[in-house]
Design a protein around this ligand. Sequence first.
Ligand code: NAD
Length: 360
Amino acid sequence: MAKVRVALAGVGNVASSIVQGVFYYKDAPEDSKVPGLMHVKFGPYHVGDIEFVAAFDVDERKIGKDLSEAIFSPPNCVPKFAEVPKLGVEVQKGPVLDGVAPHMRDFRYGEGFRVDDDRPSVDVADVLKEAGADVLVNLVPVGSYQASRAYAEAALEAKVGFVNGIPEFIVSDPDWGARFEAAGVPAAGDDFKSQLGATILHRTIAKLAVDRGLKVRETYQLNVGGNMDFLNMVEEERLKTKRISKTEAVTSLIPYKVGVRIGPSDYVPFLGDRKVMYVWLVAEQFGGFPVYIDVKLSVMDSPNAAGVAIDAIRAVKLAKDRGLAGPLVEVSSYFFKHPPRQFPDDEARRLVEDFISGGK
Ligand SMILES: NC(=O)c1ccc[n+]([C@@H]2O[C@H](COP(=O)([O-])OP(=O)(O)OC[C@H]3O[C@@H](n4cnc5c(N)ncnc54)[C@H](O)[C@@H]3O)[C@@H](O)[C@H]2O)c1
């Protein structure tokens, strides 16, 4: 049976949820419905066909450990929901570059990353080649401009498919897209659109208002959480691209200018991996009267992205099998907030179904 050989860059909560998710659902019947996966069997690949072959991090509490142990090492805080056997994959030190913000290094807010400054980093492309990886998933912190591009370069060099889970505009950037195409490497991104998260809910509300002929005036989306992703984004300069990615995901559905404020809003340590989101929208109805929509959503943050990640990984592997190269436009539009091209979600889903069944 063919496998999907996966390498992970960043062994944080999302990586933990991906690895745990594969073991949680590895024996799911092919015709069953798993919440958060498009299909238990995506093309020829069952969720249990995913194998982890390499992992990179920079935190001394994770480097040198087996991946099955590192996913439960602090500061990770997603609860354990699956038994993960020893995987025989040692977490290796990746290039630090700008992956760790100053406020995450000096523990000024209580938690942070403990960078292993003593060990040299490995050559990521060499490790990918040796491990025979099919797909590399970028899961480093928001604001990692250089680190994300270093992993993308390594994927190009090793001819390994690339899934960009974070809001660094690589797959959606025409120059990078052309490089992936020229190298014969498929890629999907950027920035996972979670199963039922703030983005998809906000998009649905905005689209409903537009479709019903309301005139949207103003809308905001505030998000709080207690994991390292939220702590990293406490500093505004770290989250520029996250704001753009989250904002465009909503405003792309409203065909005129509105007052808008969308983004991560605060770190609340005792929430752990729980994320709470508030969406507010005001629109004008017939007669000029205001309509107010005020919604609160609370989810486990990283499992919310992990099912989407598992589908995107299998889509990239499928594209690789079929000799496709460059940005996967339809796949990126369905699974990511900032794709090369935005489609409405129902259309994007249909296009991905076509892709699975052998279309583009
Ligand atoms: N629902 C979601 O959780 C969701 C949705 C969309 C996107 N994302 C994005 O996915 C990424 C991962 O999220 P997370 O919750 O796992 O974050 P996290 O902070 O728990 O994990 C990030 C990991 O990357 C490591 N790291 C830092 N610099 C590195 C480098 N240069 N090389 C390798 N590893 C490095 C850290 O030590 C840490 O283990 C974030 O950018 C996040 O914004 C998450």
